[in-house]
Each structure stands twice: as structure tokens, then as C-alpha cells.
Design a protein around this ligand. Structure first.
Ligand code: 13P
Length: 267
């Protein structure tokens, strides 16, 4: 926990990488390395659908949480190629990434579908990592704040305050994803603060917004994570490329541990 009693979360989004055998190898290496460690952050691994079961059994009875990268919002039906929240729950998955920019940009997801998926995650008690973030064009047109706050408001449309307990928001500027161009830590923190203020204004409840973990994602590496995690409103990281390699991901987890340990020593 940090000063505001928010959990520190280090989540790996494996995207379309790792066969089952590779998923077993990576998740077992991570599981063994963190076993018995003190001050662990919440560690979440998000393999592709086909490797979820392999990762789940490799991490059984460990602290590691397994998440999906997407889901359909309906429970069942004639939706060829889709995977439902019911099915994820049935496997034992506990987290789900919703509205990743690659889903929005490449697979036509919209603020409306993100809202439906978030409500489905709530219904099935899956912790949702809802992704928001601006494109380079939007940033260069000074639209960052408007775009991000609109994405947050739309995701939370018609959701009760009491339901926000299982919400994690990830700020992932699209231009920083997979490009090696990390967002400056103080700017990332400014946008994370704006996200928090947006939630506070929507519900007229500042303390509610103080309880929501907000992650930064976009070219997070062992060399830049400490600066990000030192910020007041960044509670963890959503990591792509660097989560595919055990050594790099474990270095990120170590940075999360330092943040947890520091907060514990302050309280
Ligand atoms: P990279 O860490 O590869 O930039 O990806 C970030 C991301 O999209 C995590 O969801």
C-alpha cells in the first residue's frame, strides 16, 4: 500500500505473445522468484486467451493474479470468436484489461463498448483495468485532457460509486506504447491526477477517487519505472514489452516492492 492506502500494482500485458509452453516457463520463473518475498506489490500476468489456463495452473496457490486482455460483455450467445466474462470466471481469471488502445484502434472498440465491458466485469466480479490515453495527434492538438477525461467519464457511465472498488485505471498514452518514448514522469502524474479529479467530480466524492489505483503504461522499463512510481498519483505500471522477459519483469516487480516498503515505513 502507498500513503493513500492504494495497492501498488505491476501488471504485465503479454499481448499476442507466448505459447502455452512459453507461458508456463515465464509464469513459473516469476512465481518462484517472488515466493516468500516481503512487501510484494500486486503482480498480475495477462497472457493471451490460449495461455490463460497454463499461467493459472503455473501460479496456483501463489500471490500472482492472472488476467485476460479483453472479453465480450455478454455471457453467452452467437458471437463467433468471442470469450465471455462467465468463461473467464470459470477458468479462475481474476483481472481483465478493458479498452486497451490496440483494441480501440485496431478492433473498433469505442467508449460505449468499454462501458459495457466494464459493467460486465463488475457483474462477474472481475477486477477491470480500464485503459485510457490520447494519440499523438490529440496530444499535439492540446486535446489530451479532454480526450482522457471523456474516456474516463464514458467508461463509468451509469456505474454506482460502490462498484468502483474493483476498478483500476491505466493511463497509457498511445504514442508511448511500444515506441520506447516514455511519457515524462511529471506529465504522466499530471494526467493521472486529472483522471482522479475526473472520477471525484463525476461522483462528487474526492475520497472515493483517492482510493482508485491508477497505473501508467507505455514503454515502462527497469530504467524508467522508479521515476514513475515516485510520483504521487501513479500506483503502478501496465507493462507490455518488458513483461515478456522474466529478468526485466522481475526488476519492475522489485521497484514495486520498494514503493510498497517505503509506504509501509511511512505509515
Ligand atoms: P509497452 O510497454 O510495450 O510500451 O506496452 C505498453 C502497453 O500497451 C501495456 O498495455
Amino acid at each position: 500500500m502507498n500513503g493513500q492506502e492504494r495497492p501498488v500494482i505491476i501488471a504485465g500485458n503479454w499481448k499476442m505473445h507466448k505459447t502455452r509452453a512459453e507461458a508456463v516457463e515465464l509464469s513459473k520463473t516469476i512465481r518462484n522468484a517472488v515466493a516468500g518475498e516481503k512487501d510484494l506489490p500486486v503482480v498480475v500476468l495477462c497472457p493471451p486467451f490460449t495461455s490463460l489456463e497454463a499461467a493459472l495452473s503455473s501460479c496456483e496457490k501463489s500471490e500472482i493474479q492472472i488476467g485476460a486482455q479483453n472479453m465480450e460483455h455478454r455471457d453467452s450467445g452467437a458471437f463467433t470468436g468471442e470469450v465471455s466474462p462467465l468463461m473467464l470466471k470459470d477458468l479462475g481469471v481474476s483481472y481483465v484489461i478493458i479498452g486497451h488502445s490496440e483494441r480501440r484502434q485496431l478492433f473498433g472498440e469505442t467508449n460505449t463498448s468499454v462501458n459495457l465491458k466494464f459493467k460486465a466485469a463488475l457483474k462477474h466480479k472481475l477486477v477491470a483495468i480500464v485503459c485510457v490515453g490520447e494519440t499523438l495527434d490529440e496530444r499535439e492538438s492540446n486535446l489530451t485532457d479532454a480526450v482522457v477525461s471523456r474516456q474516463v467519464a464514458a467508461a463509468l457511465d451509469d456505474v454506482d460509486a460502490a462498484d468502483l472498488k474493483t476498478l483500476v485505471i491505466a493511463y497509457e498514452p498511445v504514442w508511448a506504447i511500444g515506441t520506447g518514448k516514455v511519457c515524462e514522469a511529471d506529465e504522466a502524474n499530471r494526467v493521472c491526477k486529472l483522471i482522479r479529479a475526473t472520477v471525484g467530480n463525476l461522483y462528487g466524492n474526492k475520497s472515493l477517487s483517492q482510493s482508485i489505483p491508477i497505473l501508467y503504461g507505455g514503454s515502462v522499463k527497469p530504467s524508467n519505472i522508479d521515476e514513475q512510481l515516485a510520483q504521487s498519483d501513479i500506483d503502478g505500471s501496465l507493462v507490455g514489452g518488458a513483461s515478456l522477459n522474466a529478468e526485466e519483469f522481475l526488476a519492475l516487480v522489485k521497484s514495486g516492492q520498494k514503493k510498497v516498503g517505503l509506504a509501509a515505513s511511512r505509515s
